[in-house]
Design a protein around this ligand. Structure first.
Ligand SMILES: [Zn+2]
Length: 216
């Protein structure tokens, strides 16, 4: 990692790490005893990652990063909350990370639960699970509405489309809810990448890029 990482240099590094992971040639960098000792004095992560809790989305593994590299916030369905915003603001304001990666994924259980919940005969979810899922429902409703033919559903709901909509909503809500973060983006100190992780391939596919480019 360079001395003064920029949003672009950090994202490029993460993309290279993801490519190593995808090709089965990870380096597992910065995971040794020296690194652990060095970090005991303080952390200086290069990026914050906010992603779904899904066990297959292990942040450092899929981006081939090491100890002290990523400041990670995760919950089911990567749903924005005060706690998430506070943690990401801490990463930006105090740890001065130049990049936030928001990571959704295909076949997300939380997204599927949000889709299920729109059915008239959907069973009630336990209250706190419902509270976690509810912010995904508007994305599900938009996709369902967009697929109606003569007011009737024409095909099974496209869960990946709902996931992409929800990812877009998540980034928009983050910017709308945090002046600290939207200011940092406006000033060019912070980039945000919204990416969808493909479980089978292992690729993190960016669909939203603010302050960075994902061109090859
Ligand atoms: Zn998920």
């Amino acid at each position: 990692m360079t001395e003064n990482p920029t949003p672009q240099s950090v994202w490029d590094e993460m993309r290279r790490g993801n490519a190593r992971f995808v090709s089965g040639e990870p380096r597992h960098p910065r995971q040794d005893v020296d690194r652990r000792n060095e970090l005991a004095a303080g952390q200086r992560p290069t990026a914050a990652l906010f992603g779904c809790s899904d066990s297959r989305l292990a942040a450092e593994i899929i981006f081939d990063e090491g100890l002290g590299d990523l400041f990670v916030v995760r919950n089911a369905g990567q749903v924005i909350s005060d706690s998430v915003i506070g943690s990401l603001e801490y990463a930006v304001a105090v740890l001065e990370v130049p990049l936030i990666v928001v990571l959704g994924h295909d076949a997300c259980g939380a997204v599927n639960a949000a889709i299920e919940s729109t059915r008239l005969d959907a069973p009630a979810l336990p209250a706190l699970i419902w509270r976690q899922i509810a912010p995904i429902v508007p994305a599900a409703r938009r996709v369902i509405r967009g697929s109606l033919v003569d007011g009737m559903p024409s095909a099974p709901v496209d869960a990946e489309a709902v996931g992409r909509e929800h990812l877009r909503d998540t980034v928009a809500t983050l910017l709308h809810s945090s002046e600290l973060i939207s200011n940092a983006v406006a000033e060019g100190r912070l980039g945000i990448v919204g990416a969808n992780y493909r479980l089978a391939e292992g690729t993190a596919v960016p669909s939203i890029s603010l302050g960075v480019t994902s061109d090859a």
